[in-house]
Design a protein around this ligand. Structure first.
Ligand code: PHE
Length: 458
């Protein structure tokens, strides 16, 4: 199916289908890799508290705002802003989203490639008690050929699904597999919190020590919230643009936000007890953390000796699919733009943008031990992948969300947004709170954070 002009555009099959697809975009490596990694680097429980506050008062209102814009205009992010604010430069927010989508995809696919490599490892029996998971990680990520090949493989998969279009491609995948992932995560969390020595990890994750909080922690938490919810770069505008004029907006936004946050929370509940119980604590940090710690937990799953094989393979297959349903939304932003605005065929758009993301991703694929100056970028103090994550996976999304909240709150207007909700929901229950959040709280909080980021960096 082709997503052409607003008249003959594809739509999701039902509200549930939309919720699952948008949750599919939101739930991904950001929850299972990004959230524990950031929480680990930024103080654990205190980070969790700030993260939850950020989701509630900044993430959720922006989520609703993006859905309103998307559903109202039924256009890609660039076209949507052009329609709502003709002749004004607001469309640049959409353009930045297209760019951020391709760049995020470039490193996201590297991480997802590791996930695929782990499927093979797990299925061939590598996850057994006492296995050296750090060596296993290096064997995949620190060697150029496997790192780049898996990255390429994942990009091809993403392009393939996106060519299928909204309903036939994306919807079919997410419907069944998201619920299965949730069940498996609950099982792993139960296993993790009952490990001997899990208590220290639980305390790190759940007993906040606010003395560790500084601006850096707040910036990381807000950025992580946007990344995880797929906000600030037009993915939710794009998915909302395929939402039918019959489906309710507020409950859709609430479901997506709630599911995404629950899964991130669960991931922390799995990682931190395992990390402390297995004695990893300070020794692993950065992108490799989750990929080293998770396999060590999976290797302990009963029944011996098949637990690691069964749970390990199952887990990484589901994680790979969760990553795929996110990566297709990253690519879809640019593809919807190229199809709507440039009148490219869907296939050409997906292949060309996918190729760009592949090439851009090569340095990230080499940044985990394969090439020294990419693994430790001079003068920056982090690896190249983490650098891209900080700039495009965090800072750019905060900038995007800042302008989106100004646009919805002041330019397009809360009245127009409210009407879009009322068109399907009948009445707009939380209109008062939402109005205050989107007009005042979001722009003010995001502006302070942006200024602090600049002060911190320079
Ligand atoms: N939210 C996705 C994840 O958590 C990543 C993503 C970010 C997807 C931005 C789309 C847009 O994995």
């Amino acid at each position: 199916m082709d997503a052409g002009t607003p008249q003959n555009r594809d739509t999701w099959g039902s509200k549930t289908a939309f919720i699952l697809a948008a949750a599919g975009s939101a739930i991904g490596l950001g929850n299972i890799w990004g959230f524990p990694t950031q929480a680990g680097l930024n103080g654990g429980a205190a980070f969790l508290v700030i993260y939850l506050i950020a989701v509630a008062i900044i993430g959720a209102p922006v989520m609703l705002g993006e859905l309103m814009i998307g559903r109202h205009t039924q256009r890609n992010p660039v076209g949507a802003f052009k329609q709502l604010a003709p002749g004004a430069p607001w469309w640049l927010i959409g353009a930045m989203g297209v760019l951020a989508g391709v760049i995020i995809l470039s490193f996201y696919s590297v991480l997802a490639g590791w996930t695929m490599a782990y499927i093979v490892r797990a299925a061939t029996g590598a996850f057994t008690a006492g296995v050296d998971t750090a060596a296993m990680f290096n064997d995949i990520a620190a060697r150029p050929l496997p790192a780049i090949s898996w990255h390429l493989g994942f990009i091809i998969l993403t392009v393939f699904v996106v060519i299928g279009g909204v309903r036939d491609g994306i919807e079919r995948w997410t419907k069944v597999l998201m619920p299965v992932l949730l069940v498996l995560l609950v099982l792993l969390a139960v296993r993790a919190v009952t490990l001997p020595g899990a208590g220290t990890g639980l305390a790190f994750y759940l007993k906040p020590d606010f003395s560790v909080v500084d601006w850096r922690v707040v910036i990381a938490a807000v950025g992580q919230a946007f990344f995880s919810l797929s906000l600030g770069m037009g993915a939710i505008i794009t998915y909302g643009s395929y939402l039918s004029k019959k489906d309710e907006l507020v409950s859709s936004a609430a479901w997506v936000t709630g599911l995404d946050t629950s899964i991130a929370f669960l991931a922390g509940l799995i990682i931190f007890p395992t990390m402390f119980a297995t004695g990893f604590d300070a020794s692993v940090q950065g992108p490799s953390m989750v990929f080293v710690i998770l396999p060590s937990l999976l290797s302990t799953m009963p029944p011996e000796p098949y637990g690691g094989l069964i749970f390990g393979t199952g887990f990484f297959i589901l994680l790979g699919i969760a990553a795929l349903t996110s990566s297709i939304s990253l690519l879809e932003v640019g593809v919807t733009w190229a199809v709507d605005e440039k009148k490219w065929p869907r296939k050409k758009a997906a292949m060309l943008l996918g190729a760009i993301a592949f090439v851009l991703g090569i340095p990230s694929a080499l940044a985990n031990g394969a090439v020294d100056w990419l693994t430790n970028v001079p003068g920056v103090g982090m690896d190249f992948l983490s650098l891209l994550f900080t700039i495009f996976g965090s800072f750019a999304l905060i900038v995007g969300a800042f302008f989106i909240s100004i646009f919805v709150g002041w330019k397009w207007g809360v009245k127009a947004g409210g009407d879009e909700v009322r068109a399907t929901d009948g009445r707009f229950r939380l209109e008062g709170i939402w109005t205050v959040l989107i007009r005042f709280v979001c722009p003010a909080a995001l502006l302070i954070i942006l200024v602090q980021t600049l002060l911190d960096t320079f």
